[in-house]
Ligand binder design. Structure first.
Ligand SMILES: O=C(O)CCC(=O)C(=O)O
Length: 326
């Protein structure tokens, strides 16, 4: 039984392109911050390379599982089903958070500051969003919480859950590492938002975090089609057109190309209640969508083979850098 309603018709993704100069800047920043990632950039985009890597890491490398907790927060989670579904579809959507964890995260969220547009000098409490919007003429599409693996006890528990680790080490291979969490709001905003995250999240893309990487994702607010659901193309982590794999200039093919290649019946929008979650291979083509009316609070726990850059998933920012808006 799935806790998601899979919807096969979906909203149009944003057509505006990320400026070429921004893409070059992103690439250079990645190379400077994590030089070893260049191999990932060059090779990890090829499905065959990823499959070979997965086989080698599943069979040969010794485990680095630091988990001491015995009881899982997900007693009903069927790890075998999850792995089979990840292998076949690149996504598994029968995982949900215990209510106590949802509550703990929400308590944290309302007591902590988030950062508008992911900018460390735009700190505010979410209750003050209306005042912030009135004071600032450019709406934020996202607001991110920083350092959550350290400061949110519920996220710490999740990141040490034995079943989560069992799935991560089985799928990625024995060297799987927890590389951080992203906890963020997405807000209903006009397409004209200046916020570059909107383009980054809301166009189809795949992520090149590593040769293998998955995310455990959870909604912390109810998400229907008007609340900016996550959208994924089933099986796209295994089936790739060569011109999509070998395109070093862009990991964001046009929506119509993807629809023609995969068929519309492979495109699902994941809607569900607060607490519902899914596990996704980040090599799948996926995207967020701009909420039409209701804001969405979203959590992702990231696992990969290496942790190239701890600031990557919003999860680490030096406290001295963080400032309040205004
Ligand atoms: O917010 C979403 O649903 C999409 C996020 C995403 O695409 C990403 O983190 O790469």
């Amino acid at each position: 039984m799935t806790n998601f309603e899979k919807v096969f018709t979906e909203s149009e993704s944003i057509k505006r392109q990320i400026p070429f100069q921004d893409r070059i800047d992103y690439f250079l920043k990645q190379v400077v911050l994590k030089p070893r990632w260049i191999l990932v950039f060059l090779l990890a985009r090829f499905t065959l390379v990823r499959l070979i890597h997965q086989q080698i890491y599943q069979v040969f490398f010794s485990a680095s599982n630091p988990i001491t907790r015995k009881a899982s927060l997900f007693p009903e989670l069927d790890s075998h089903k999850a792995i089979n579904s990840l292998n076949k579809d690149g996504i598994f959507d029968c995982i949900s958070l215990p209510e106590s964890i949802v509550k703990e995260i929400l308590d944290f969220v309302y007591a902590s500051k988030c950062y508008g547009g992911g900018k460390p000098h735009f700190g505010f409490k979410i209750d003050a969003k209306r005042e912030l919007d009135a004071a600032y003429d450019k709406p934020f599409f996202v607001a991110k919480y920083f350092n959550v693996s350290e400061s949110c006890s519920a996220i710490r528990k999740l990141a040490q859950d034995p079943k989560i680790w069992q799935i991560a080490t089985t799928y990625i291979g024995k060297k799987a590492k927890y590389t951080g969490a992203s906890l963020y709001w997405t807000f209903p905003v006009e397409d004209s938002s200046y916020d570059s995250d909107q383009l980054g999240f809301c166009q189809y893309h795949y992520d090149l975090d590593d040769f293998a990487s998955i995310r455990f994702s959870f909604y912390l607010t109810d998400v229907d089609l008007d609340a900016g659901p996550h959208i994924c193309i089933l099986g796209s982590h295994r089936l790739r057109a060569f011109f999509h794999e070998a395109n070093y200039f862009s990991r964001r093919p046009a929506e119509q190309q993807l629809k023609n290649f995969y068929g519309e019946n492979k495109i699902i929008s994941l809607t569900g209640k607060a607490g519902s979650g899914f596990i996704e291979d980040t090599f799948c083509f996926h995207r967020g969508s701009v909420p039409k009316s209701t804001r969405r609070l979203f959590l992702q726990l990231h696992f990969a083979v290496n942790n190239y850059n701890p600031t990557e998933h919003h999860d680490y920012r030096a406290v001295e850098e963080l400032r309040d808006f205004g």
